[in-house]
Structures are given as C-alpha cells and as structure tokens.
Design a protein around this ligand. Sequence first.
Ligand SMILES: Cc1ncc(COP(=O)(O)O)c(C=O)c1O
Length: 452
Amino acid sequence: MKNFLTRRGFLGRAAAGSAALTWLSSRKAPMALAAESAKPALLGGTPAHSGGWSSWPTWRESWEPAIIKVLRSGKWYRGDGGHVAEFEAGYAKLIGAKRCVATASGTTSLLVSLHVMDIDAGDEVIVSPYTFIATYNAILINKALPVFADTDPSTLTMDPASIESRITERTRAILPVHIYGMPCDMDPINAIARKRKLSVIEDACQAWLAEYKGRKCGTLGDLAAFSFQNSKHIPSGEGGAVTGNSDELLDRCQAFHNVGRAFGTFKGERPYFTRGSNYRMQQFQAVLLLQQFEKLMHETARRQENADYLSAQLKEIPGIQPARLPENSRAVWHLYPLRYDAQQFSGLPRDKFIRALSAEGISCSGGYHEQYFDGILDEAINSRGFKRLFSAQRLKAYRENFHELKGNRQVCTTTVGLGQNLLLAERRDMDHIIEAVRKIQTHSAALIRAAA
Ligand SMILES: Cc1ncc(COP(=O)(O)O)c(C=O)c1O
C-alpha cells in the first residue's frame, strides 16, 4: 500500500511541478560539460528543469460526445450495449492476440486468469517479487503461495535461471511481470514451463504495446492481464483485460468474469453450471478506452524515442546503469528506471540522490521495495487457511527464502525511477535530466557535506 501511494502520488506531484553492474566509460556530452559546474539546486543553485511536467491523465474534448451518448442511452452495463465487446475486439487486434476479455481492473484480470488456469487452494505459483502488490494479492486470494523467483539486476525482471530450483510438486504456474513495460525474457521462461508442464500467466498490467522478439506482451503465455487504472498509459479510471490465443481459455474467462454464465463452447446443461464472479467492465470505461488507441500508439513512440536517447546518454555517466532489455525487444516505460551506484557519487546515498534530483525539477522515486518483509505474507502464512493447506515445514522454508532474493534486494535498493509523463516531454527536457545527474555527480561530495 505504501508503494502504491508513493507511485501514484509521485505521478500527481510530477504533474505539478554486483554481478550485473557493468559500469561504462565516462565520456561526457558537450552540453553537459558546460552545465555540470553549476551549483546543484539543493545547494542553492538554479534547478536544471523548471516548469514541471505534463499532467496525467490527459484527454480530448472530442471524446465527450461518445461518453454523453452512453449516459443518455441508460445502457451502462455491458449486457445492454456493444461498447465493451467492441473494445475487446479492438484491443485484441491492437496487440495481436486472438481474443480479449475486458474486466473491472488489472487485479480482477489476474484473478480470472489464475482461476481459468486452475490455480487452486494449496497450489504454488512462481512469481516475480519486483512488482506492484496486486500481483502478490491475486495469488494469495486464491489461497495459493506466491513463490518468488529472483530478479535479474540488469533487467529488473524475473531471472529465468532462478525458477527451476523453486519448483515443487505443488507448483502449477509461472507468473512473470513485465515491470515498467519492460518485457521479461519469455523464451527461457516458456521453455521451463513446457518442460515442467506449468501454465504461464503474464502480468502485462504495465506493458501495453511492449514487444518481445516481434510479438507483443499479452500474447506470449497462456493468458495475460492488463490494467487500465488511472495512472496507466491507456487509462479508464479502473479497468482491465485478459488476453490470449486460445478460444477455449477465453470462453472460460468470459464465463468466470460474468458470474459463471455459459459462453461459447464453455457450456453445460444449465446456464449457471460453473463458478464465477462479477468482474465486468462498464460501458463508460469501454468508450473511454476505445478512443485512446491512436493516442496510446503515438505516445508510446514518443516515450520510446526519449527513452532511447536517455539510455544512450545516461550509460556514459559512471554509476548510472539503464536497464538491459532482452534481445529484439521494445519496452514502453511505465517508469524509466536506472540503477544507481552510490560509490561513483562519492557515497551519496540513493535517497539523497533522489532528493537532489527532485530539487533539480526532475520528479523521481525509488521504485518498489522488499515488500515481502512488510507483513502481508506473514499474515497470510499464519492464517488458519494457509496453515491447513501447507505444512509448517513448507511455510518455514518459504519464509526463509525471502532472504535468498539477493538480486531483488539489489534492485530494490539501487533503482531510481522517472515517471512515464517525463518521457512525453521534448528532447531538450531529456537534456535537463542528463544535466541534473551530471551536476549532482560533480558536486556529490559537497552534497554529502551539506546533508551531514
Ligand atoms: C504490475 C501490476 N500488476 C497488477 C496491477 C493491478 O492492476 P489494477 O490496479 O488495475 O487492479 C497493477 C496496477 O497498478 C500493476 O502495475
């Protein structure tokens, strides 16, 4: 919850105003050489960037008539009108999936996917620990155990090499998270799943239009979950989608998300022959989303162009490491993360670096922390249900494994994230970000003295 507030609060503020560490050479861009001698804003200098950043979400007046039309029709529920089905067809086409089921949120998309892939009480799911807390929750709500694979510090996503040692006879699925819109390395993950007969559910809640080896995230496993919550690149307040390429699985998703009503080939003698819940999307959400496809494509291209530029420049600064993407992949940058090595900044701790960068007018945050130590998992494994479902020995070993997540700890303690709306700005604004980092590095010793 703390992280949730931090991340979304961070977007709001922005609107207003090792193993894998391979540090690269220190060539400097000419523009930065001039600027880096200026005093950091935290020491009384002029901020590298002024005027804030664009607010989020943004909308167009041209969207209003369609929304008002739904209002005046009184057909607000998906069963009474076609906008939700239209959105499902359009979104599936956009990402190259065979089918899509629209839902109330990313969390409910994960719940639908887990149910349809037959994750049941007492099962185990291998999952990335570096994610928004909803990914943990969706597994826990099914009374299954989220077993954390480690995070690769160079990619910030699930380290495929850490999966197999965590598989037990209870493991049913792997749930990789394309965090910040950076695709996981899906080939080795899918190969392990095939070999060990496990399902693969992608958490693509931050990965609209991200690509892995020529295919979009959301088409790479058995099922995938997307979120359209307000902070997302294609927002509708709340909202979500399940995507996939199997008619049989998607028929089951339709049925489960709609109180267990028969759908397509998934039917019985009676209309309510299977369990289900109400995770339906509303017509208003669908109409908002349908109008954003072109905006999403356009803005994604802008974010990618600015991120490519930032990565090329920032990797030249000693102590700053942009994330590595799998070969032939495109990220969509929900946050733009970089890894920070304090040693190259005279020992300036990460939180002080974040403060100094924020003072330069560059909104940033520390990303996710080690949430498995926050109590949510202790509460779950000490509950009556989990104690009935898993042996004391298993739960003890499970809890101890949190300390083995060394890659994830590195990522949690050294990442600095820039918000997606910063990447929608102009090229000169990217130069301000680079200039600010260089300025802080040049004056890092003075910043430490000032903080002491
Ligand atoms: C990685 C990830 N998974 C799951 C979710 C849950 O989505 P929602 O907030 O729409 O329920 C989110 C949303 O923030 C997310 O970022």
